[in-house]
Write a protein that binds this ligand. Structure first.
Ligand SMILES: Nc1ncnc2c1ncn2[C@@H]1O[C@H](COP(=O)(O)OP(=O)(O)OP(=O)(O)O)[C@@H](O)[C@H]1O
Length: 195
């Protein structure tokens, strides 16, 4: 796929940026890890949570979004926006809740982009405890099994065992020597073998 595209600053950048994709159930700790990772890394990594992007629409639109149509459109915008940032040379940290029907979309959308796929694990009892303690949004049910059903990562961490700074160190080490083939390449190979 030809990712070459010029920007406001002239010709396309020398390299496509890296994408650190943190996948886990709500309240597994993705946003917390993303912020700790930005602190850990010496190079600048862009991070925006889906919740922050959702804030672009006033609350009344979300109250009317009963079929989830607005949510899906904003999620799609989020994923495409992060892809475009990597194409323009930004290194990016992204959060994801990838259930099995969604996986193909990610594999196709991020073809040609170096993805470090990180499983953010956390036991369900701890996820539920964190959900109950949250005041920033209405509680949502955990999705642990479907989110990790594909069973393939470059790195898996458990945020009930390792604190955010430790997890950030593990991810930084994986970024310094990313596995090859990457988890996304292995998942694409599995997809091709089923065609
Ligand atoms: N390692 C941790 N130890 C204890 N509490 C944590 C840890 N990581 C996150 N939390 C707490 O759990 C709550 C949810 O964390 P966070 O927002 O990072 O999860 P998330 O996976 O990004 O959730 P969502 O998908 O809903 O955005 C927060 O209150 C956060 O402070």
């Amino acid at each position: 796929m030809d990712l070459h595209r010029g920007g406001l600053l002239g010709p396309a950048p020398q390299r496509v940026g890296r994408l650190v994709l943190l996948n886990g159930t709500p309240s597994s700790g993705k946003t917390t890890v993303a912020k700790a990772l930005q602190e850990e890394l010496t190079e600048p990594f862009f991070h925006l949570s889906l919740d922050e992007l959702r804030g672009g629409y006033p609350r009344r639109y979300w109250r009317q979004d009963h079929g989830g149509v607005l949510f899906r459109r904003v999620l799609d915008g989020y994923l495409h926006m992060l892809r475009d940032l990597t194409v323009l040379g930004h290194d990016v940290i992204s959060e994801a809740v990838i259930t099995p029907p969604m996986l193909d979309h990610y594999l196709t959308l991020y073809e040609g982009i170096p993805v470090l796929f990180v499983g953010i694990r956390c036991p369900l009892e701890e996820v539920e405890r964190r959900e109950r303690a949250r005041t920033d949004r209405t509680s949502v049910p955990p999705l642990d099994e479907p989110v990790h059903a594909h069973g393939c990562y470059d790195l898996e961490v458990d945020t009930s065992v390792h604190g955010p700074a430790e997890v950030a160190e593990l991810i930084a080490a994986a970024l310094a020597g990313p596995p090859a083939p990457s988890a996304f390449d292995r998942l694409r190979a599995v997809r091709r073998s089923h065609l």
